[in-house]
Design a protein around this ligand. Sequence first.
Ligand code: ADP
Ligand code: MG
Length: 243
Amino acid sequence: MTAPVLSVQDIVKVYGQGDAEVRALRGISLTVERGDYVAIMGASGSGKSTLMNILGCLDVPSSGRYLIDGTDVGALDEHQLAVLRNRKIGFVFQSFNLIPRMSALANVELPMAYGGVGAAERRARALAALEQVGLTDRIHHEPNELSGGQQQRVAVARALVTSPALLLADEPTGNLDTKSTGDVLAILDELSGSGRTIVIITHEDDVATHAKRVIRLVDGRIVEDRRQAPADGLPPRMLEVTS
Ligand code: ADP
Ligand code: MG
């Protein structure tokens, strides 16, 4: 039996001390199996970013246990955590976080530089990932020569080029117009369709309809965890064609 991609057991996160203490997460437990597509929703201040940082191994919980792909994250040192992040998680951020003055191709090759992948294979895999997001004709462009939607597609290519166990996206369409939002969501739908495991943090209902499962946070607690029909997540591209 394979381990779930994510196993979160009673995670608590407390910031500050004494009067300044904030209990950002108050006992979060959840399991995400391979191939699931989860939207985490909640109002501002409900703990979404805190949870994302912990799921992404960018921060550690105050208590509780977190296993990614069967590995207990709490048992790892800084270096081991960095390796785990690089191997297991592909990040997509609201603000794209591409390296300026580096081509799309070089940006997508970058995560493999730490993974001991040879130059020729790095190139081939980066080209394939950029093709998957429909940017074959933009590989030599630098981020400032690309639209927001194109930059985010480069970021998705960079996230998936290492074949991570988990694609973790924090408000990936938050800075995009409607058309680019549709493009990025269509790509995520496609990736989900091909078996990728995706966790997306969003406060937009339209975005969450693409997921197979919606988890809602209120004040650091899960108040809802429900499955929804994949048909709800019909890509906007297809809607455009039929309307
Ligand atoms: P969301 O992303 O849903 O808006 P956050 O996870 O950013 O929520 O924040 C959850 C709670 O934790 C909020 O009350 C916020 O003010 C608090 N918080 C977040 N980060 C910190 C921090 N570094 N120090 C102190 N409090 C924090
Ligand atoms: Mg946030």
